[in-house]
Design a protein around this ligand. Structure first.
Ligand code: C2E
Ligand code: MG
Ligand code: MG
Length: 763
């Protein structure tokens, strides 16, 4: 407030008088302003107080003013100065003149009154101000409280942001996020919905709504209404009144009624993970652009986390599958060699510390290669899976079965108390494989050979134990398969030999170590050579002469029988063609093995390797087909009737002769043979061997001969060694014979000499 001046404090009780006037009865303490000529606009000549009048009651105003000092002050003089002038001149009142014009009079009293009045006014004003201050203070307090709350909310939102940047999405984190965001944007309702790959709700957190309501929202069809728009079009929505929007669909039952909406997508690089939505601001107003931006930045952080989580999940899965591939066999899902070795190593270390025992079983399916080639690789794989299941079923929880590849399995018994425990498991496995396996409507019989090694009885380290079990397994094979054997040091040697053997055999073909020997077949009546059987020999520089019975099974198992068989056919045909061209036409018999017979080159083409080999041999050598005879065993006839029949018919249509070797040792009856395009049978040498001593063998040979003749089948008796046997056979009317009695199998050049003689010496 400005400082008080004289003009502010004019006294109201001033009486204007003319100088010639005479004071009458003056009112209590009156003041007289004296003028010359006019009281209104005359010249002011002085001020007279009641006190002056009382001193000279008979004077006129002019007298009274004349004897007094002419004092006045300007209107803008401050009141303090005015009081000071009054003090100096000993007066209580002063006229106020502005440029000689009378303005009024200030008195001590009027100044005092004015000061009082002024003080009162100030007081009033200050009170007013205080009141206003109080209100303002209250407002400030409430604002600051609100700010603090907002600050708290934004802090926790910030902390959610920063946590999100480092972790995966968890419901509690999302919960804090949506609560903070709703608080910050003063939304009554808020929710975050995150969808999975299929579009179903994976995470749903909310605030401001009850769990029942949330449940109804959760059941709300995803992808519909506003939220559907947000997800599908990857856009934000800000609505003042949802009910008026064209995307509005009826809320489900129990859904809280809502008016305003702010919904933003949680998306990253165009991929939408879900949405954040808020509804109904506390104050009733709409969501602002700022609100939207804040919600979007929250959603953006969330999307980064979700995207990161997705990538981490992909990395995890990739790692898992890599890890899986490194440790498991893809076909059977069993542990592979690596994982097995890991576990075996642990088991051995554990046994070492605790003085325990570990058993290792090495398993190899018998004749799997034959089975696999016969039923095809797809069914072969299915068979391996079934075998894996059966083996697994025989084991306890802590045991491990692994597949080493092919048809080899290995079992770890990490904690046995006796070697008998391992034997029990082995026989359980053998037994479990006795019933046939049903593979794609085929009944397949399989058996398995098992080798067992034991820690600490055999090798002390894992690789040694594996090699021991492997050696024992080979031994089990040699003992006729379908059995188990414990490892002994001797086995080690034989297993090593076997492996060496295989290595050498692989080289035998290229190194020309294989040779055909020829054994004549003779007409029992005339003594003429009517045919010849080609029999293979292997002259190995390392192993010496090896007979077919010692290496044909290995060749079958390793698949080497296919190229070897083709070589035999070609060589035999070349030889026979050579004899024919030299005027000695003679039919040559070639032995076929089961695997060779059923080997298919390619499932789709169903091209038969054997047929190929036969046709090639005939084509390339020019041998007339009727000079080639193929010997097949009863076993071959019994397998895969349909394909066997097809192959035989094809061979027959080419003009090749077919005979059944080792007849009588298998299961086929002569009547059964009728069904096949067979030209002849060869009675197995075991019958011939005892024909002179064993009446039943004689009876069998007799029966076979008679029936074969009725069926118009040629009969060759094998293994004739003595004249007595020959006599018996002649008596039984057997047509043809073969055996040492006439000639052992001989190399081609030696056999040529026999041929040139035409007739053998016996007759
Ligand atoms: P196989 O077809 O029954 O051949 C007859 C076997 O009996 C031959 O043995 C022959 O030398 C032998 N043998 C012949 N006469 C007598 C005899 O009077 N007394 C005795 N004790 N034995 C006699 P080898 O040559 O050792 O052949 C054994 C088996 O090996 C053959 O039995 C045949 O199944 C198989 N084999 C031989 N060569 C081949 C071949 O090129 N391919 C195939 N897949 N198997 C072959
Ligand atoms: Mg034969
Ligand atoms: Mg035979």
């Amino acid at each position: 407030m400005n400082q008080l001046t004289a003009s502010d404090c004019l006294c109201r009780q001033v009486v204007r008088v003319l100088e010639e006037g005479r004071p009458g009865h003056a009112a209590a303490q009156p003041l007289f302003a004296v003028f010359r000529e006019s009281v209104d606009n005359g010249v002011f000549v002085g001020l007279v107080t009641a006190h002056n009048i009382m001193q000279h009651p008979d004077w006129i105003f002019a007298d009274l003013t004349e004897h007094r000092e002419f004092l006045f002050i300007a209107p803008n003089i401050g009141v303090r100065r005015a009081l000071k002038i009054m003090d100096q001149h000993g007066v209580d009142a002063l006229p106020v003149l502005d440029q000689q014009l009378f303005v009024g009079v200030v008195t001590r009293q009027s100044i005092l009154e004015m000061l009082l009045q002024r003080e009162h006014l100030l007081l009033m004003e200050s009170r007013q101000l205080k009141k206003m201050l109080d209100v303002e203070h209250e407002q400030v307090v409430s604002w600051s409280e609100k700010l603090a709350r907002l600050h708290g909310a934004s802090c926790s939102l910030l902390s959610v942001f920063s946590v999100l940047a480092h972790t995966s999405v968890q419901d509690d984190l999302l919960q804090t996020g949506i609560e903070s965001l709703s608080k910050l944007l003063e939304a009554r309702y808020g929710a975050i919905g995150i969808l999975d790959e299929s579009g179903a709700l994976k995470h749903f957190v909310y605030t401001g709504i009850s769990p029942e309501q949330a449940q109804s929202i959760g059941q709300f069809p995803q992808g519909k209404g506003f939220l559907g728009v947000v997800i599908q079009e990857n856009i934000s929505l800000r609505l003042d009144d949802m009910s008026k929007d064209l995307h509005n669909i009826d809320f489900p039952a129990h859904h809280p009624s809502m008016k305003t909406l702010l919904a933003v997508p949680i998306s990253h690089h165009g991929r939408v993970y879900g949405q954040v939505y808020l509804s109904d601001k506390e104050g009733g107003e709409s969501f602002s652009k700022n609100d939207e931006e804040l919600a979007l930045s929250f959603a953006c952080s969330l999307s980064l986390v979700l995207d990161n989580a997705r990538k981490m999940e992909e990395v995890k899965q990739a790692r898992q599958s890599l890890d899986y591939m490194a440790h498991f066999d893809a076909l059977t899902d069993l542990p592979n060699r690596t994982l097995f070795k890991d576990r075996a190593q642990q088991a051995i270390s554990h046994a070492q510390r605790n003085g325990g025992m570990v058993g290792i079983l090495f398993l190899d399916l018998d004749n799997f290669k034959v089975v696999n080639d016969t039923i095809g690789h797809t069914l072969g794989d299915a068979l391996l899976k079934r075998v894996a299941d059966r083996i697994s079923d025989c084991l306890r929880d802590g045991d491990t079965v692994a597949r080493l590849g092919g048809d080899e399995f290995i079992v770890l018994l990490p904690d046995i108390s006796d070697i008998q425990d391992a034997a029990n498991v082995a026989s359980k496995i053998l037994e479990s494989l006795t019933p046939p396996l049903n593979i794609d409507q085929h009944e397949v019989f399989v058996s398995i050979s098992i080798g067992i090694s034991i820690y600490p009885n055999n090798s002390k380290n894992m690789d040694g134990l594996l090699a021991d079990a492997d050696g024992a397994m080979y031994h089990a094979k040699k003992l006729g398969k379908n059995n188990y054997q414990f490892f002994t040091p001797e086995m080690n040697r034989s297993a090593q030999n076997y492996m060496k053997f295989e290595k050498h055999l692989r080289r035998a073909l290229e190194q020309n170590e294989l040779v055909l020997y020829y054994q004549p077949q003779v007409d029992i009546e005339t003594g003429l050579i009517i045919g010849v059987e080609a029999l293979i020999r292997w002259f190995s520089p390392e192993l010496g002469m090896v007979g077919p019975e010692d290496f044909i099974p290995l060749a079958e198992e390793t698949g080497l029988i296919v190229p070897i068989g083709a070589w035999v056919l070609k060589t035999a045909c070349t030889q026979a063609r050579f004899w024919q061209q030299n005027g000695l036409p003679i039919r040559v018999a070639v032995n076929l093995s089961s695997r060779q017979f059923h080997q298919v080159q390619n499932q789709q083409q169903s091209r038969h390797l054997l047929l190929d080999a036969v046709l090639n041999a005939l084509d390339e050598t020019g041998l007339p087909p009727d000079l080639l005879e193929l010997e097949i065993t009863e076993g071959i006839l019994m397998q895969h009737l349909e394909t066997t029949m097809e192959i035989l018919n094809t061979l027959k249509s080419i003009g090749v002769r077919l005979s059944v070797d080792d007849f009588g040792t298998g299961y086929s009856s002569l009547s059964y043979l009728k069904r096949f395009p067979i030209d002849g049978i060869k009675i197995d040498k075991s019958f011939v061997n005892d024909i002179t001593t064993d009446p039943s063998d004689k009876a069998i040979v007799a029966a076979i001969t008679v029936m074969a003749q009725q069926l118009k089948l040629e009969v060759v008796a094998e293994g004739v060694e003595t004249a007595e046997q020959l006599d018996f056979l002649r008596e039984l009317r057997c047509q043809y014979v073969q055996g040492y009695y006439f000639s052992k199998p001989r190399p081609a050049d030696e056999f040529l000499l026999l041929l040139q003689q035409g007739k053998l010496p016996f007759s």
